[in-house]
Design a protein around this ligand. Structure first.
Ligand SMILES: Nc1ncnc2c1ncn2[C@@H]1O[C@H](COP(=O)(O)OP(=O)(O)O)[C@@H](O)[C@H]1O
Ligand SMILES: [Mg+2]
Length: 245
């Protein structure tokens, strides 16, 4: 279980102090697929960085497994919009990287990396260089790399935002399948209402200046969700009204 308690994050810009996040209180049970939805600038990435331990709150606490988060840890892995892969390593070396750092032997980590590359339909590309891959393939490599780690929480900051619609939909379905298989907690950031409804069991609507939680909704639509159904479209309409789009 992850808990944010009265979390504030202030930044100074041009001598002014403003709150990127203000009074964030939320409890996220283990194994939930939760989407944070909101326009750019509402503090979504800041929130991910706080949970990841890459930044510290100005006040308040992020509590994971009953302990305050003070630094990054292998129990929380982050995946960004740009895949942050190493261009000097090939595909399998990228996927193995975290395992190598943790001291796992070569044979074992290669087997593990291949397992996740297979899951992502990338076996044939294990020896390819990153620059040879499409954007969608890069994100699949990044996802494979994230899955090799024993992280309980997968933090995803608009991971599919730069992809074309077809690739995006394919990866959304793969992610849902992985969620069912692994039962990880997935904290997924998006500015797309459709994406949030398609994926999320729960949607947190954020609002900017200062970044706050506006609404916390459980999404009851049965899975797999159909984007064209009346229920889906109605919900999208309601959420858009809520956001003020
Ligand atoms: N390191 C920083 N220093 C100053 N301002 C920042 C910093 N990081 C983010 N901000 C500001 O905080 C606000 C929220 O940013 P961010 O969390 O990136 O929002 P989002 O991901 O929702 O677009 C923005 O106004 C952004 O400019
Ligand atoms: Mg962001």
């Amino acid at each position: 279980m992850l808990r944010l308690e009265a979390v504030n994050k202030a930044y100074n810009s041009n001598g002014d102090r403003f709150f990127a996040l203000q009074d964030i209180n939320i409890t996220i049970p283990q194994g939930q697929f939760i989407c944070f939805l909101g326009p750019s600038g509402c503090g979504k990435s800041t929130l991910i960085n706080l949970i990841a331990g890459l930044e510290k709150p100005t006040s308040g606490q992020v509590i994971f497994r009953e302990k305050p988060v003070t630094a990054p840890g292998s129990d929380r892995v982050v995946m960004f919009q740009e895949s942050a892969l190493f261009p000097w390593l090939n595909v399998i070396e990228n996927v193995e990287f975290g395992l190598k750092m943790s001291g796992m032997g070569k044979k074992e980590r290669q087997e593990k990396a291949m397992y996740y590359l297979e899951m992502m339909n990338l076996c044939e590309f294990s020896e390819a260089w990153i620059h040879e891959l499409s954007g969608g393939m890069r994100q699949r490599v990044a996802l494979a790399r994230a899955l090799t780690l024993p992280a309980e929480i997968l933090l995803m900051d608009e991971p599919f935002a730069a992809l074309d619609v077809q690739t995006k939909r394919m990866l959304q379905d793969e992610l849902l399948r992985i969620f069912e298989e692994t039962k990880k907690t997935i904290i997924f950031i998006t500015h797309s209402v459709e994406e949030a409804i398609y994926l999320g069991e729960r949607i947190i609507i954020m609002q900017p200046r200062p970044g706050r939680i506006k609404k916390d909704m459980i999404i009851q639509l049965p899975k797999p969700r159909q984007r064209e159904t009346l229920q889906f479209v109605n919900l999208a309409f309601r959420i858009n009204e809520e956001i003020g789009a």
